[in-house]
Design a protein around this ligand. Structure first.
Ligand code: GDP
Length: 302
């Protein structure tokens, strides 16, 4: 909870300040009240569609329960936000296999924090006593392989790699063989994130999927799309783009600590039926937090 609180400081400072001010300044709930609330939520990047729906629901609630005092509305707002973040209740737990290898694929645009997230997650698994291997599947971006190796050294996990420019599917094949040979618990796979050639990238990702699936039936067990929260509505666009074609099973939202626009989590959760599984709250190996809707909203208001 403290992690959430610290990590969301920027969003909280802006969002909570404005909301608290609104709720204490305005003595009654009227049109002007809703308009101001709408502006604050849109400003926090909750997204226009989501805000409109939310405001409509709040209006209905005010009418139904004959609420007049803004302070009575605040807990209802929190509750609605928690509801939005929970979606249809999809699990935030990773689909970790009770036995055998769990394969997790990471997709997302360059620079969003994919490598960092893989490193953090490797560390998390290691702390749980699991053996981990990483696969350097981004053979396209200069430096991507070395960067993953730096994380590997930091957290004490080996990286399976080939030379830059080699076929990522071949890297995955090697990695799966090595994971089987060693009998590791978890294989974390990086992939390329170039968007210049979307069709090629999607083709590459589906080839990687096929290779992994052929070697380990049922794998990959998770395909996590990594998004940079600081890019706001852009992150939402990326989610729509990847979500359609790459078999994404969950989201990781990074860099929440660096933005006042944490409301993007709500927009993304609302517009896509994909669970946010983790959030990144810093650059260190401990700065990855499993997502929790209640804690998140609590951290926003408390
Ligand atoms: P990739 O290109 O998607 O693999 O992105 P990287 O993992 O290299 O991350 C890009 C930059 O974002 C690096 O400087 C990371 O340290 C930083 N970064 C990643 N996740 C977070 C986060 O949750 N919070 C902060 N503040 N920085 C992050």
């Amino acid at each position: 909870t403290t992690k959430f609180r610290d990590g969301l400081a920027k969003t909280r400072d802006v969002f909570v300040g404005q909301v608290a001010d609104l709720f204490s300044r305005r003595k009654k709930i009227d049109e002007a009240f809703f308009e101001e609330l709408e502006e604050i939520l849109i400003g926090a990047d909750v997204g226009v569609n989501t805000v409109m729906e939310l405001i409509d629901e709040l209006r209905a609630e005010v009418k139904k329960s004959r609420i007049e005092d803004p302070s009575e509305l605040q807990p209802i707002l929190s509750e609605k936000l928690v509801g939005l973040l929970k979606g249809s209740g999809e699990s935030v737990e990773l689909n970790v296999q009770p036995s055998g290898i769990t394969v997790i694929l990471f997709v997302g645009v360059n620079g969003v924090g994919k490598t960092t997230t893989i490193g953090k997650l490797a560390w998390r698994f290691k702390q749980q006593g699991k053996s981990v291997l990483m696969a350097a599947g981004d053979t396209f971006r200069a430096g991507a392989i070395e960067q993953l190796e730096v994380w590997g050294q930091r957290v004490g996990v080996d990286v399976i790699r080939q030379n830059a420019g080699s076929d990522p599917a071949a890297v995955m094949f090697d990695a799966v063989q090595e994971a089987k040979r060693r009998g590791v618990d978890v294989l974390l796979c990086d992939t390329a994130g170039r968007l210049q050639n979307k069709a090629n990238l999607m083709e590459e990702l589906s080839k990687i999927h096929r290779v992994i699936q052929r070697e380990i039936p049922g794998a990959p067990h998770e395909t996590l799309l990594v998004l940079d929260a600081a890019t706001g509505q852009n992150a939402l666009q990326q989610a729509k783009l990847f979500g359609e074609k790459s078999g994404v099973s969950g989201l990781v939202l990074t860099k929440l600590d660096g933005t006042a626009k944490g409301g993007i989590v709500i927009a993304i959760r609302h517009e896509l039926s994909l669970p946010v599984k983790f959030v990144g709250l810093g650059e260190g190996m401990d700065d990855l937090q499993q997502f929790d809707a209640e804690q998140f909203v609590h951290a926003l208001f408390a």
